[in-house]
Design a binder for this molecule. Structure first.
Ligand code: SAM
Length: 154
């Protein structure tokens, strides 16, 4: 990965520490090419299928209670070595942590999506923006709709 845009800054990156993530599923979307993928998912976007792998399927118990859920996914096809980026191929640059670009040291994407259906290990959702086959890292209820199940801490 060598081609970067004007004014962008890349840094030499060490081998990543192994965070030992479990990829808990796979996301199926209509997009196979980055240029077709929305920059951010929209509530009226196409229905996408989120496949949860065993042994994690029982972890979906109760998810159907939420209209909106948060998905975290691993943007595996993004480079990881840019600290300053030039999103518009222009003179304007921004630090990676001031952007939601897929290019980041740990290429984690998040989307708040509408939960359309739950059918065993398959969630149908709207509001995604990732390529077909993107690995799923986590599923959580929308934080605004979620009430902690445990009593308040003293
Ligand atoms: N909604 C997420 C967020 O804000 O954290 C991701 C936003 S990111 C701007 C979405 C873009 O990432 C897509 O338009 C596409 O260009 C790119 N992308 C999607 N899936 C990817 C993947 N698996 N690997 C690398 N890039 C991907």
């Amino acid at each position: 990965m060598t081609d970067i845009r004007p004014h962008e800054i890349r840094v030499p990156v060490p081998n990543p520490d192994d965070a030992r993530l479990y990829f808990i599923g796979r996301i199926h979307t209509p997009w196979t090419d980055r240029k077709d993928c929305p920059r951010q998912g929209k509530p009226d976007g196409p229905e996408c299928r989120v496949e949860i792998f065993e042994p994690w399927v029982p972890a979906l118990k109760g998810i159907e209670d939420y209209e909106r859920i948060e998905l975290l996914y691993w943007l595996d096809r993004a480079r990881r070595d840019l600290v300053v980026q030039n999103p518009g191929h222009s003179d304007s640059t921004f630090g990676t942590f001031a952007l939601r670009s897929p290019v980041r040291p740990n290429p984690i994407g998040t989307s708040l999506v509408t939960l359309v259906a739950v059918d065993g290990p398959i969630l149908t959702v709207r509001g995604l923006d990732c390529l077909d086959g993107t690995a799923l890292v986590d599923v959580k209820p929308d934080r605004c709709a979620f009430t902690p199940k445990a009593p308040p801490k003293p």
